[in-house]
Design a protein around this ligand. Structure first.
Ligand SMILES: Cc1ncc(COP(=O)(O)O)c(C=O)c1O
Length: 420
């Protein structure tokens, strides 16, 4: 079968990341998509205005490449359509909704799905912002969050589900796998199977949402593992240069339509220029992913063997049952992980302040290597008991390995560790 460049059928992810969502016939034959920097779109006539509104609110437009179907940029715009088509294809989803940040994607998804009295089950550890939203914002709306630790084990998943259902109707299961900052993994397929069983018990199935930020679409496909929605902070590996913010959710057309309806009313869509940048970034995702993964292996191996490092949580080193889950659900080891320094905050701060090449900053997935102390930065707001239960200690440092020479990165870490 010859590949279909319009739908992407028959094309590999590396090719989809470069071609899907734009054709030169859409814009003056331009080989590359233009950035359509406008906030509004002119109608051809009053009847046309009525028709496009009808199509939009009935959920039938705008279609990819339908240049006459746009209304107002908050409702949708050409660069958003292009980036959504590409992300959906890469994740293997029917549709996608792209937002102005990962947190906008997460919070809009939760708000679209939960109602007062509902329960959310959330794997731990998870990104501090997600944890904060689930434990400080949603409780004010009458929604309870129950935590799931060591979610690679089916017995732990079942126990957490029982606890969650005792607290009320279990509406959403939010998984972050691999998790920020330790790269802990959750058995996504096992959770999806258990969620399907709950449809009979509860009368409805909890929606399984997976935050795929740590690996991204090329290294893990949560939808193929049974998740209903796949969420990715596109600010990270997909954006890839630490110069834009975006978040995407993929899944069935029905579920994604619910998110888009709320996005239109919340105004947290992705703007045209960021969508254009992101579309361009997708083109090098495969190359960047390969290089970041091989660099991370070299850095993690160096750290594991260093006398001042107590442990490294790099995915390539996991063993036992968690390893079996990893082998089944991930296609690569990623480039963000944590290491625990012997000692605590003082040792970590001395090392961080001695670094010359690695940048001391939060975030991950950029071309440059970033490092931070999660307990005092990304997970500052997570209470110490929850942090420590998730494996985040005062001496824990998270590193996002970039695309530099691994020898230079190791030399910098080596000299900085002398000061720890
Ligand atoms: C795993 C994970 N999910 C979600 C987010 C939120 O994404 P954003 O910063 O794009 O809002 C982050 C940010 O670091 C993250 O690490």
């Amino acid at each position: 079968m010859s590949p279909d460049t319009a739908t992407g059928r028959g094309l590999s992810p590396e090719t989809l990341a470069i071609t899907l969502g734009y054709s030169p016939a859409q814009a003056f034959g331009a080989a590359k998509p233009p950035a359509v920097l406008t906030s509004t779109f002119a109608y051809q006539s009053a009847q046309h205005a009525k028709d496009v509104h009808e199509a939009f609110f009935r959920g039938t437009g705008p279609a990819v490449g339908a240049s006459d179907a746009y209304i107002y940029t908050r409702l949708g715009h050409p660069n958003l359509t292009m980036v959504e088509a590409r992300l959906a294809a890469l994740d293997g989803g029917e549709a996608s909704a792209v937002f102005c940040s990962g947190m906008a994607a997460i919070t809009t998804t939760l708000l679209a799905l939960v109602r007062p009295g509902d329960v959310v089950l959330c794997s731990r550890p998870c990104y501090g912002g997600t944890d904060g939203y689930l434990t400080t914002v949603l409780p004010d709306l009458g929604v309870t969050t129950i935590g799931l630790s060591d979610g690679w084990d089916a017995a732990n998943i079942r126990a957490a589900v029982v606890e969650a259902m005792a607290a009320g109707p279990l509406r959403v299961i939010h998984l972050e796998s691999p998790a920020n900052p330790t790269a802990a993994i959750v058995d996504i397929a096992a959770v999806a199977r258990i969620a399907a069983e709950l449809a009979v018990v509860q009368g409805f199935k909890p929606i399984v949402v997976v935050d795929n930020t740590f690996l991204g679409p090329l290294l893990q496909s949560p939808l193929a593992l049974g998740a209903d929605l796949c969420m990715t902070s596109l600010t990270k590996y997909c954006g890839g240069h630490s110069d834009l913010m975006a978040g995407g959710v993929t899944g069935s057309a029905d579920l994604v339509a619910r998110l888009k309806a709320l996005r239109t009313l919340s105004g947290n869509h992705l703007d045209p220029f960021s969508a254009w940048l992101l579309l361009r970034s997708f083109e090098t995702l495969a190359l960047r992913t390969d290089r970041a993964c091989s660099n991370a292996l070299a850095v993690a191996t160096f750290l594991r063997d260093h006398p001042k490092v107590a442990a490294v949580t790099y995915l390539g080193f996991i063993a036992g049952d968690a390893r079996t889950v990893f082998d089944r659900q991930c296609r690569g080891t990623g480039s963000t992980f944590s290491f625990h320094l012997k000692g605590g905050e003082a040792e970590a701060f001395r090392m961080l302040d001695a670094l010359r090449l690695l940048r001391l900053a939060v975030s991950l997935g950029g071309s440059e290597t970033l490092i931070c102390n999660p307990a005092t930065t990304t997970h500052y707001q997570t209470p110490p008991d929850r942090r420590e239960a998730g494996g985040i200690w005062p001496g824990t440092c998270r590193v996002s390995v970039g695309l530099e020479s691994p020898a230079d990165l190791i030399a910098d870490l080596s000299q900085a560790l002398e000061r720890a």
